[in-house]
Design a protein around this ligand. Structure first.
Ligand SMILES: [Zn+2]
Length: 75
């Protein structure tokens, strides 16, 4: 008789429990991703519009559709 590995292996309830992720490990990534998103929102929403770090209109033109999609006032 051939028993499948799934039923033959002893099942421990601890192995099926979700592994908690400590906040200390997640927090730096949450801050990093939050900063990246804030920078992205700035470039989509305000750069070369209300404010301008870089001269010209390249960034404005590049993110123009996203700016309208997100409802930022443009023109
Ligand atoms: Zn526009």
């Amino acid at each position: 008789m051939i028993a499948s590995a799934h039923s033959a292996a002893p099942v421990s309830p601890a192995n099926d429990a979700p592994v908690p992720i400590p906040v200390r490990e997640v927090l730096p990534w949450a801050i990093f991703i939050g900063l990246i998103l804030l920078i992205a929102i700035y470039f989509v929403g305000a750069e070369q519009g209300a404010t301008s770090i870089f001269s010209g209109m390249y960034i404005h033109e590049f993110v123009h559709d996203g700016r309208h999609l997100l409802g930022f006032p443009c023109h």
